[in-house]
Design a binder for this molecule. Structure first.
Ligand code: NAD
Length: 456
């Protein structure tokens, strides 16, 4: 791919010109980005409607507002984040001082998925720009309308040697991954995450992998079941369940199962009407392949609620299914659709055993008023992040790093963590020339006892 090679060469030249090192240039790039997004809001809405049938409200809340927050946070703090940091110097290093310099990596590759096709390009982009890098963006080919708007926005405000969008299919991704970037930021599936990491080994390129998996949602006995169900139905059906941190499966205390199901049914109706498939606010499945994949996960004999679908609209009704055995297909893979598998439990050990039988999840949600249970779950289960008594919203907080652990990903971002992700910390020790302690120089005879006194 000669085009990719050419772009990369130009970006490297631009990076070495030092333009991106200037903090005021970074700030003005972020301001330009914000203004251009604002100017294009209606185009973004139209593209997201086209790709996913997202409503304007959902598009603004989950795709645009977060990017504005990230930009605001970066502009406000970039001076502080990028400043050289003085750290302590041990007595053994006398006379010297120690500093951490914040250095951009260079040229970044951002590969994005289709489910939040705008936000998952723009949020990492803000961090990469704030940290002083040049960027090649590869949006998902499965959300083409949004990819076109992103290309237009970026093309209107940045030269391609600074930030550029490269569109194309998997072959283009492969060509990009063959090149030598200074950092790869990937958001997508575990399977492709492995391909990205393997490609990165060629040049030992550092990577962030923002992946997915099966995120549990645990609902304890409580007199707040109605409120719990409301927050759960909202989080599960946002983007029709096509959210990396969507609650995937539900562990419901046996005593409240019926009450929970009734409340779930009530809120599905309240949010999307009697026939959610016809609701303008109900997002469609991205394509036929995913539509068929999700349907294949539903065992008709296990349906407790819903189950209808419309292929021409690519919509599947919110569907609750009972899990009779953990070997069922629905428990095999990340659902990434509006299906809610319910498992009942009565003892704490059951929760732990079930959750630990899967890979470490990207998110975990616990609904309880029992502080002890809260502490035990947080202590006993490894997961990327999550909420107590809510779903999804932990990722909309710039102060909280967002990322997975184990198979759900490596590395994290948002707010300062994005800046840090795209920054190399260069450690410098500055030695004084006033004195020169002879201890370290040969010949060593008789010196080790003094060394032992210092390093006790
Ligand atoms: P995907 O892995 O299929 O695709 C992601 C990107 O990789 C796309 O740009 C695609 O073009 C590219 N790609 C696909 N196949 C490739 C290959 N063989 N070689 C190189 N590149 C390739 O993921 P998706 O279907 O777009 O998104 C859904 C997945 O992403 C889910 O697993 C979800 O959990 C995860 N996800 C994670 C986060 C997060 O922040 N952790 C956010 C959104 C989605």
């Amino acid at each position: 791919m000669e085009k990719v090679k050419g772009i990369l060469e130009e970006q490297k030249q631009y990076f070495y010109s030092g333009n991106t090192l200037d903090i005021s240039n970074r700030k003005s790039a972020l301001i330009k980005l914000k203004n251009e997004i604002k100017k294009n809001e209606s185009n973004i809405f139209a593209a997201l409607k086209d790709d996913l049938n997202k409503s304007e409200f959902e598009s603004f809340a989950t795709e645009i507002a977060m990017v504005y927050e990230e930009i605001k946070d970066a502009i406000k703090n970039i001076d502080k984040w990028s400043r050289r940091k003085k750290v302590k110097t041990p007595i053994s290093q006398i006379k010297a001082s120690s500093y951490i310099y914040k250095e951009p990596y260079g040229t970044i590759l951002i590969i994005a998925p289709w489910n939040y096709p705008f936000q998952l390009v723009m949020s990492p982009l803000v961090g990469a720009i704030a940290a002083g890098n040049t960027v090649v963006i590869k949006p998902s080919e499965l959300a083409p309308a949004t990819a076109n708007v992103i290309e237009k926005i970026i093309g209107n405000i940045f030269n391609k040697e600074y930030v550029v969008v490269v569109q194309g299919d998997v072959e283009v991704n492969k060509a990009l991954l063959d090149e030598r970037f200074d950092y790869i930021f990937f958001t997508g599936s575990i399977a492709v995450g492995k391909i990205v990491m393997e490609a990165a080994t060629k040049y030992l390129t550092p990577v962030t992998l923002e992946l997915g998996g099966k995120s549990p949602c645990i609902v304890d006995k409580s007199d707040k079941i109605d409120l719990f169900a409301k927050r759960i139905v909202w989080g599960k059906l946002l983007n029709s369940g096509q959210t990396c941190v969507a609650p995937d499966y539900f562990l419901i205390h046996r005593d409240i199962k019926e009450e929970f199901l009734k409340a779930v049914e009530k809120y599905i109706k309240e949010f999307y009407g009697d026939n959610p498939i016809d609701s303008e606010d109900y997002v469609k499945i991205i394509n036929k392949r995913h539509f068929q994949r999700i349907l294949s996960l539903i065992d008709k004999d296990n349906i407790l609620l819903g189950g209808k679908y419309n292929e021409s609209k690519l919509k599947i009704e919110p569907t609750v299914v009972e899990v009779k055995s953990l070997d069922e297909k629905i428990m095999d893979e990340e659902i990434f659709g509006p299906i809610m598998p319910i498992i009942t439990y009565s003892k704490y050990e059951e929760i732990i055993n079930i959750v630990r039988s899967f890979e470490k999840p990207l998110a975990l949600y616990l609904f309880t008023e029992d502080k002890k249970l809260e502490d035990r779950i947080i202590k006993d289960i490894n997961f990327g992040g999550g909420c107590i008594n809510d779903t999804i919203v932990h990722l909309a907080t710039t102060e909280l790093p967002f990322g997975g652990v184990g198979m759900s990903g490596m590395g994290s971002y948002h707010g300062k963590k994005s800046f840090d992700t795209f920054t190399h910390e260069k450690s410098i020790l500055k030695r004084s020339n006033f004195i020169d302690i002879p201890l370290r120089y040969p010949p060593y005879l008789g010196k080790i006892s003094l060394l032992r006194k210092i390093f006790k």
